[in-house]
Write a protein that binds this ligand. Structure first.
Ligand SMILES: [Zn+2]
Length: 90
């Protein structure tokens, strides 16, 4: 379901006001809160309505990045250990 939503947003197939305005289904195409064109970029990156969600996402991404760095370190250490063992065996 999430992948479907993301794909629709990437393609611009959304029910956001900017698109609805283009097909005559919204009077202004603007965000009701910010009075800016309600585009995917606005909703995902700028709209004040989602400030808290963006902050939570940044926190989650930082945690995932830390885990990736940790996984990479462990992988490198494992490889280094294998190289050291290989050198000792020779
Ligand atoms: Zn907005």
């Amino acid at each position: 379901m999430e992948e479907k939503v993301i794909t629709h947003m990437r393609l611009g197939h959304t029910g956001f006001n900017f698109i609805l305005d283009e097909i005559g289904q919204h009077p202004t195409g603007l965000c009701a809160l910010c009075n800016q064109p309600e585009t995917v970029q606005h909703v995902v990156l700028e709209c004040e309505i989602y400030t808290e969600e963006r902050r939570d996402l940044r926190t989650q991404l930082k945690e995932e990045e830390k885990q990736c760095v940790q996984d990479e370190r462990e992988h490198l250490l494992a490889k280094a250990s294998w190289k050291v063992l290989s050198a000792l065996i020779k």
